[in-house]
Design a protein around this ligand. Structure first.
Ligand code: FAD
Length: 314
């Protein structure tokens, strides 16, 4: 496709979740004239959740979309230029760095802050989509608290699923862990924690057939794949822990990343292996994946970008 060129940007921010907006607030207040491209999901992952109770500054909690609107307003107040558009290609060997938006608009940038997040993987059931935010969640640390003293189920067999099952068992009365095979991928130590926990019942050789409930989750129908039998379990929360996909594909040819695609940053900084390119938020964070940690690293990225530009004499 023919491209149109070319605008030069001092500080380009790719992504509009908590990391991107925090980077924008700091970059704008530092006079870097940031331009942000919001991507397919303006406001990021929190726009698909309801109550956020663990972001500091909201003593009564806040709805995810409202919180992201607040962050947007704060970034706009200091002059961030917020635009619709998706970064579809980059050339990080070029000087200045080149970025293509929506396959047609060519930009160059002195600094690029990547804040593209990581998307949770879902099972793909229509009931999962329908009840998302109404009992279905992809984040036990975020939403487990809402199911204190209740029965829940979690799907997954890796380290994250095992860790989240153990986390839920501290809060909930019963945790069903749905595992497709007769074994888990989780490390031995994590498996032991799950298997030794009296509140967790592992359902081996089992898949999710359907999540049941009209307006909120009321039960899950599971199927034993060896026997072909189904049964219903009364639950109020259904957690999907089958992994995340960092949104880093277009950057991977240039930037160091792990085998799952999480971008690598120099420890204690947001710097990538390419000068002037910084990464923040979930796209570089396999471990914590929280709004407040994303915001914290967004701040780091803006400060690192500012210092980089200052050292260049800009
Ligand atoms: C259901 C659910 C509930 C959650 N609840 C909580 C909670 O209560 N508390 C909490 O702290 N955390 C919660 N989280 C986790 C939290 O949402 C994430 O940790 C946080 O949003 C990560 O922020 P981020 O800025 O790194 O990325 P994201 O919020 O994922 O935002 C990524 C942004 O990048 C954009 N983007 C992606 N690719 C491109 C591209 N090529 N070009 C341009 N833009 C692009 C997207 O459009 C999006 O705007 C929850 C997550 C989920 C899924």
């Amino acid at each position: 496709m023919a491209t149109t060129s070319s605008e030069h940007i001092h500080c380009l921010i790719v992504g509009s979740g908590p990391a991107g907006y925090t980077a924008a607030i700091y970059a704008a207040r530092a006079g870097l004239n940031p331009v942000m491209y919001q991507g397919l999901q303006p406001g990021g992952q929190l726009t698909i959740t309801n109550d956020v109770e663990n972001f500091p500054g909201y003593p009564d909690g806040v709805m995810g979309p409202a919180m992201m609107e607040d962050l947007k307003k704060q970034a706009e107040r200091f002059g961030t230029d917020i635009r619709y558009g998706i970064a579809t290609a980059v050339d990080f060997e070029a000087h200045p760095r080149r970025i293509t938006i929506d396959e047609k608009l060519e930009l160059t940038a002195d600094t690029v802050i990547i804040a593209t997040g990581a998307s949770a993987r879902w099972l793909g059931l229509p009931s999962e989509q329908r009840l998302n935010g109404s009992g279905v969640s992809a984040c036990a640390v975020c939403d487990g608290f809402f199911y204190r003293g209740k029965d829940v189920a979690i799907v997954g067999a890796g380290d994250t699923a095992a860790e989240e099952a153990t986390y839920l068992a501290n809060l909930c009365s019963k945790v069903y862990m749905i595992v497709r095979k007769g074994e888990m991928k989780a490390s031995k130590i994590m498996q032991k924690r799950v298997l030794d926990n009296p509140k967790i019942e592992v359902l081996w050789h089992t898949v999710t057939d359907e999540i049941l409930g009209e307006h909120v989750v009321e039960a899950v129908r599971v199927k034993n794949v060896l026997e072909g039998t189904t049964r219903e379990l009364a639950i109020e929360g259904f957690f999907v822990a089958i992994g995340h996909d960092p949104n880093s594909k277009i950057f991977q040819p240039y930037l160091h990343h792990d085998d799952q695609g999480y971008l690598k940053t120099l420890p204690g900084t947001s710097k990538t292996n390419v000068d002037g390119v910084f990464a923040c938020g979930d796209v570089q964070d396999f471990t914590y994946r929280q709004a407040v940690t994303a915001a914290g690293t967004g701040c780091m990225a803006a400060l690192d970008a500012e210092r980089y530009l200052a050292a260049l004499g800009d």
